[in-house]
Design a binder for this molecule. Structure first.
Ligand code: CP
Ligand code: NVA
Length: 331
């Protein structure tokens, strides 16, 4: 498998075999890290980390993974660069290409990361756009494999706002990997767009996976994985909170939902999560709308079925696999 020079913009561009290769590499790199093996094949190189939106996991994962591989990092924060304001994406790509071995981009439209990739001569990695979050999905699939074994045939039920980066990415991942994807929310407007659905249906036919949409929470029956994400994503206006809370509260992941799933089912969330009042936004929403827990209850979040922190750890191992593979390093 040769992924040297490839971008990771969305999993749509990757085959089942390529995804499995990255997952297997991540497992190998995790084992090496736990055993204290130092492997710095990319020593002397550098990567740029562009964050037009905030981050804890993705930034830390790229920085730690790069450091472990021997790479230096330069972090460009949401306000600290010329990108898009005084300099075009194309010129930014041309400049960064002269100094870096790879570029991570977190920001808004998918077309921005695609433009960056078009004009850069080094791999570009999508660290989250409005439409996709591919590195998160690699970590999620790695976690499912660790907890439940083979991905083929697993049933994933995604509750809440399924029309943004996480819902889209899950639908793509399931259709590529032969998993059964169900999005469960109040109405059509929370489900992924037709065009992407069409592509995924084709991939699902090939892989043996499936895609369904439901407004009935009973669709959690026999699920292996129950997944959710925040109801309002980064970059969305504050005004949408009211409507989202009203419409998505019946789709909150709580113990009743978990009871419908298979007895071995795991709960997953890309994080950060609003499961208590220990966040600024959580408190503000409680004061405005009286809701103490949003997309997931604290009970489920803290339950033995919840694998959210293992999932967060796996961000680093999978991102390390992506950097190593696309920069041509193999242990
Ligand atoms: N899951 C995720 O991408 O987290 P951050 O926003 O903290 O990077
Ligand atoms: N949908 C969320 C994911 C955060 C990792 C957002 O875009 O804010």
């Amino acid at each position: 498998m040769d992924l040297k020079g490839r971008d990771l913009l969305t999993l749509c561009d990757f085959s089942k075999e390529e995804i499995n290769y990255l997952l297997d590499l991540a497992v190998k790199l995790k084992k090496m890290k736990k055993e204290g093996v130092v492997w710095q094949p990319l020593k002397g190189g550098n990567i740029a980390l562009i964050f037009e939106k905030t981050s804890t996991r993705t930034r830390c994962s790229f920085e730690v993974a790069a450091h472990d591989l021997g790479l230096g990092t330069t972090y460009l924060d949401p306000s600290g660069s010329q990108i898009g304001k005084k300099e075009s994406i194309a010129d930014t790509a041309r400049v960064l290409t002269t100094m870096f071995e790879g570029i991570e981009y977190r920001g808004f439209g998918q077309e921005i990361v695609e433009e960056l990739a078009r004009y850069s001569e080094v791999p570009v990695w999508n660290g989250l756009t409005n439409e996709f979050h591919p590195t998160q999905l690699l970590a999620d699939m790695m976690t499912i494999k660790e907890k439940l074994g083979d991905l083929q045939g697993k049933k994933v039920v995604y509750f809440g706002d399924a029309c943004y980066n996480m819902g889209n990415s899950w639908m793509v991942a399931c259709s590529k990997m032969g998993m059964h994807f169900t999005a469960c929310a109040a109405s059509q407007k929370y489900f992924p767009e037709e065009e992407l659905r069409g592509k995924c249906e084709e991939w699902a036919k090939e892989s043996g996976g499936s895609i369904t949409f439901s407004t009935d929470t009973d669709c959690a029956k026999d699920a292996d994985v129950i997944y959710t994400d925040v109801w309002v994503s980064m970059g969305e206006p504050d005004e949408v909170w009211k409507e989202r809370i009203e419409e998505l509260l019946p789709y909150q992941v709580n113990s009743q939902i978990m009871k419908k799933a298979a007895p071995h089912a795991i709960f997953m969330h890309c994080l950060p999560a609003f499961h208590d009042l220990n966040t600024g936004i959580g408190k503000e929403m409680y004061e405005k709308f009286g809701v103490k827990e949003m997309e997931v209850t604290d009970e489920v979040f803290r339950s033995p079925a919840s694998v959210v922190f293992e999932e967060a750890e796996n961000r680093m191992h999978t991102i390390k696999a992506v950097i190593a593979a696309t920069l041509g390093a193999e242990p």
